[in-house]
Design a protein around this ligand. Structure first.
Ligand SMILES: Cc1ncc(COP(=O)(O)O)c(C=O)c1O
Length: 399
């Protein structure tokens, strides 16, 4: 019998992809599906990026480039990301990655040692827990409190779970799946804990620019003492509807970034050469293309909210960021006689065609959790389908 590496048992996955497979199977049987499950975007990448890409492909930018990325894009990102967060970066602070996700494992592989404890959000993006465990760390979840304005980090519980072995704090301000947005006060409390306990911080900024308000986005990196301990996960995936292009960056202290670049050399050698050039000239310009994408998402958010809040038993606060809604459906499940969240999800798909993820797709539920939630993503579904889909869901839930 062939033998596999035992460590594989520790590697997790994104179970949301299984929901997608189920939805596709249901569709293939000839049923209409209303896809609220995946955080993918069904909008076209801006024309300027597609044109630039063709141009640089034809300009023979088709060979290897530096593992750290091309200087033009590193410089442009250093300026743009620094300016939007109120800190100064230069090219040495930035390396290009094939997407946002690689920053998670490369950062952990750079700063985490065996049995180090790592604080991460739960519910949260499932790859944190997977990578912490796989690489030999100990995942320590922190959670959120539901308020009438959305979700806030349970700072008290988080601070109580810090021990002498805690080495890293992962935060995801503008959060998937909760759309939680930290107040300045919340960020300052987190920063204080990071400084007091000398923690590294991974700031997952995947949704930093997916925001529907004029208020400036807040970043922990701008708080005194944080820049030298924080690495930012940056991605083009959401801002420019580029999930399949695979391009992002790791941004942080030059010495950490230099170590992380060693994984670029060992892993992918370099990120797509011509795409880097295609982006470098537009990163710093005021982008009406990104605004167009944002406006489409804003209209979808408003419609989703309006329609969901009409369902008996659902009351969601208006999130200012991301493209997710996370309604509490505890009363609805009780009324309909459901004990299992997964059965509720499956029955909703079969009875209405509406496909969504649940709380259970975003980390192992914690002891004592007694509220039930589902997550609806509006990035991959147009307004007509949002409208019809949520009407069907309402009908099924209320009858
Ligand atoms: C919170 C969060 N971080 C990181 C990522 C990964 O982004 P990318 O597709 O650029 O790798 C995602 C993607 O959904 C995400 O939701």
């Amino acid at each position: 019998m062939m033998v596999y590496n035992k460590k594989l048992e520790k590697l997790g996955t994104e179970t949301a992809f299984a929901v997608s497979a189920e939805a596709n199977a249901w569709k293939e049987k000839g049923n209409k599906v209303y896809p609220f499950h995946l955080g993918d975007i069904n909008l076209q990448t801006p024309e300027i990026i597609r044109q630039n890409t063709n141009y640089y492909m034809n300009k023979k930018k088709n060979g290897y480039c530096p593992a750290e990325g091309v200087p033009e894009l590193r410089m442009a990102l250093a300026n743009d990301v620094g300016k939007k967060r109120g800190v100064e970066y230069d090219m040495r602070n930035v390396i290009i990655q094939p997407g946002g996700k690689p920053t998670i494992w490369k950062f952990l592989a750079t700063v985490m040692n065996k049995n180090d404890e790592v604080l991460y959000p739960n519910p949260g993006y499932p790859i944190y827990e997977s990578q912490i465990s796989y690489q030999g760390g100990i995942p320590i979840p922190y959670t959120y409190i539901e308020t009438k304005n959305g979700f806030a980090i349970d700072i008290e519980r988080l601070s109580q779970s810090i021990t002498g072995n805690t080495k890293i704090l992962i935060i995801n301000n503008y959060q998937n799946p909760l759309s939680a947005a930290s107040s300045q006060e919340e960020l300052e409390k987190l920063a204080e804990l990071a400084v007091t306990h000398n923690l590294w911080v991974l700031s997952d900024d995947a949704y930093f620019e997916i925001r529907y308000t004029d208020d400036k986005a807040k970043s922990i990196v701008a708080i005194p003492g944080m820049k030298k301990r924080t690495v930012i996960l940056y991605t083009f995936s959401k801002k420019y509807a580029m999930t399949g292009w695979r391009i992002g960056a790791s941004i942080g202290p030059a010495n950490v970034i230099k170590q992380m670049a060693r994984f670029n050399i060992n892993d992918e050698s370099c990120t797509n050469h011509f795409i880097q050039f295609a982006l470098s000239s537009i990163v710093e310009s005021q982008s009406s293309d990104a605004d167009k994408i944002l406006n489409t998402l804003r209209l979808r958010r408003n419609l989703c909210l309006e329609k969901l809040n009409l369902i008996d038993g659902i009351k969601i606060a208006k999130p200012e960021s991301t493209f997710y809604l996370f309604p509490n459906i505890t009363n609805i499940m009780e009324k309909k006689g459901y004990k299992s969240l997964d059965n509720f999800r499956k029955d909703a798909l079969v009875n209405t065609g509406v496909s969504f993820c649940t709380r259970d797709h975003f980390g192992t539920p914690l002891p004592g959790e007694d509220q039930q939630y589902i997550r609806l993503a509006y990035s991959g579904i147009n307004r007509n389908d949002i409208s019809v889909g949520i009407d069907k869901l309402k009908n099924w839930i209320e009858n």
